[in-house]
Design a protein around this ligand. Structure first.
Ligand code: ADP
Ligand code: MG
Length: 369
C-alpha cells in the first residue's frame, strides 16, 4: 500500500440526467486530491456503450471533453478505449481499480443497476447498495417503507399504469376520496421533477396521469401540502452523521426541472431559517429513514415543513444527490464543517469499509463448520 488509491469514476448513463452526471464527474475529478488518487474516467454513453479513458489535465476544463469516444473523434479522447456492451461484464475492475464512484443519477444509475454490476465485480463503490438504491428510486416503494417505519408523510395512492388504462373512473374516484384536490401526480421512477404535475380537478388529473404514464408503469399520486421544502444530508454506513438543514426556495409554483438545474429563480438557504427544534426533528427522521432503506455512503433526504401546523413530512430520499460543489448536499456538509474534497475522501473510505464488512459474510455453506 502507501501508493495512490485508484479511483474509477463512472458517469453519463442512459438517463435524462446524463448532463448533470457529466457536471458532477467533472467537479469530483477537479476537486480530488491528485496526490492521493489516480483517476480513471469511465463514460457510459447514451446508447449504453462504455468508454474508459485516462484523464488528462486538458480534460478537466470542460464537460464536453469528458464525452470520451472511441479514440477516433475528438482530440481529448486519444487515450480512451471503447468497452463494448458485451465486454462490460468481463471488465476486470478489480485489477485496475481500488474503488469506483458511480456518479450516474436517475434510472439506470441511482436505481441499483450499476450497483448490481459492481457487486458482481466485487469491487468497493461509493454510495448506497443495490436495495437502498432501488428503493430510493421508486417513490411508491419508498413510501411503503416509510409507512412501515412510521415516518410522517403526506397521504398517497400508488397505482399501475395498466390499472388506470383499464379502469380510469375507479382510479379517479379512489384518488378523489382518498386524497382530494389539489394533488401531485408522479411517475414512481424518475427524478428531477420529470413527468410530475399538479392537478386541481379531474380533467387535470387525467392529463397528469397521462403524462406520468409516459415515463413509468408505476405511478404515485399524493395529497398536495403547502409547505416549505427542507433538505438534510446524511453521511455514513451504520454510524450516521447529519448535516445542517437547508431550504429550497423556488420562485416557480413547484420545484421543477428548470428551477432545479437551470437555476431559474431557485434559491438555496443554508442553513434554513427555521427553529432549532424543527432541525432536530428533521435530523432524527432523516436517520430513521436512512436506516429504513438500509442506506450507506450518502443520501440527501427531503422534507416538507407545513409551518402553519408545525408538521414535518418526509418527501424522499435521494441516494445519489446532486454532487457538484454548488449542489445542496455538498453545501450542507460544507456548512457543517466538511469540505467538498474531504467529503469525497470520507465517501471513498466508507465504500471500502462497507466492502470489507461484506467480506465477513460466509458465501458458501461448505465453508461453515
Ligand atoms: N405532495 C406535494 N405537495 C406539494 N408539493 C409537492 C408535493 N410533491 C412534490 N411537490 C413539489 O414537486 C417537487 C418535485 O417532487 P419530488 O417528489 O421531490 O420529485 P423529484 O424526484 O423529481 O425531486 C418538490 O420539490 C415539490 O416542490
Ligand atoms: Mg425531490
Amino acid at each position: 500500500m502507501g501508493s495512490k488509491i485508484r479511483l474509477g469514476i463512472v458517469y453519463g448513463g442512459k438517463s435524462s440526467e446524463h448532463e448533470v452526471s457529466l457536471r458532477t464527474a467533472l467537479s469530483v475529478m477537479n476537486a480530488i486530491n491528485k496526490d492521493k488518487y489516480d483517476i480513471l474516467p469511465i463514460y457510459v454513453q447514451m446508447d449504453g456503450s462504455w468508454v474508459k479513458g485516462k484523464v488528462t489535465d486538458q480534460q478537466l476544463h470542460s464537460v464536453d471533453s469528458l464525452r470520451l469516444t472511441n479514440g477516433t473523434a475528438s482530440a481529448s479522447a486519444t487515450n480512451s478505449e471503447l468497452v463494448t456492451h458485451a465486454a462490460v461484464p468481463t471488465m476486470n475492475f478489480g485489477q485496475e481499480l481500488d474503488v469506483i464512484f458511480p456518479v450516474i443519477h436517475g434510472p439506470n444509475g441511482e436505481d441499483g443497476t450499476i450497483q448490481g454490476l459492481l457487486e458482481l465485480a466485487n469491487i468497493p463503490y461509493v454510495g448506497a447498495g443495490v436495495m437502498a438504491s432501488a428503493v430510493g428510486m421508486d417513490k411508491w416503494m419508498m413510501k411503503n417503507i416509510f409507512a412501515q417505519a412510521n415516518l410522517p408523510q403526506v397521504k398517497y395512492v400508488g397505482l399501475l399504469r395498466s390499472q388506470w388504462e383499464r379502469e380510469a373512473e375507479a382510479v379517479y374516484a379512489l384518488i378523489e376520496t382518498q386524497l382530494g384536490y389539489p394533488c401531485f401526480v408522479k411517475p414512481a421512477n424518475m427524478g428531477s421533477s420529470v413527468g410530475i404535475s399538479k392537478a386541481k380537478n379531474r380533467q387535470e388529473l387525467a392529463a397528469a396521469l397521462e403524462l406520468a404514464a409516459k415515463f413509468d408503469r408505476r405511478l404515485v399520486v399524493e395529497q398536495f401540502v403547502k409547505a416549505r421544502e427542507l433538505e438534510i444530508g446524511v453521511l455514513g454506513n451504520e454510524q450516521l452523521l447529519t448535516s445542517v438543514v437547508g431550504e429550497v426556495i423556488a420562485a416557480k409554483e413547484f420545484y421543477d426541472y428548470e428551477a432545479k438545474y437551470k437555476g431559474a429563480g431557485t434559491e438555496l438557504q443554508i442553513p434554513a431559517n427555521i427553529p432549532a427544534e424543527v432541525s432536530e426533528r428533521i435530523a432524527e427522521l432523516a436517520k430513521r429513514a436512512y436506516a429504513a432503506i438500509d442506506g450507506s455512503g450518502l443520501s440527501r433526504i427531503d422534507f416538507f415543513w407545513d409551518e402553519a401546523n408545525n408538521q414535518v413530512y418526509i418527501n424522499e430520499v435521494n441516494t445519489m444527490p446532486g454532487f457538484t460543489p454548488h449542489s445542496m448536499y455538498p453545501m450542507l456538509f460544507q456548512a457543517a464543517g466538511i469540505s467538498y474534497s474531504e467529503l469525497i475522501d470520507r465517501l471513498v473510505k466508507l465504500a471500502m469499509e462497507r466492502h470489507e464488512e461484506k467480506q465477513r459474510n460466509i458465501v458458501a455453506a461448505e465453508n461453515f463448520e
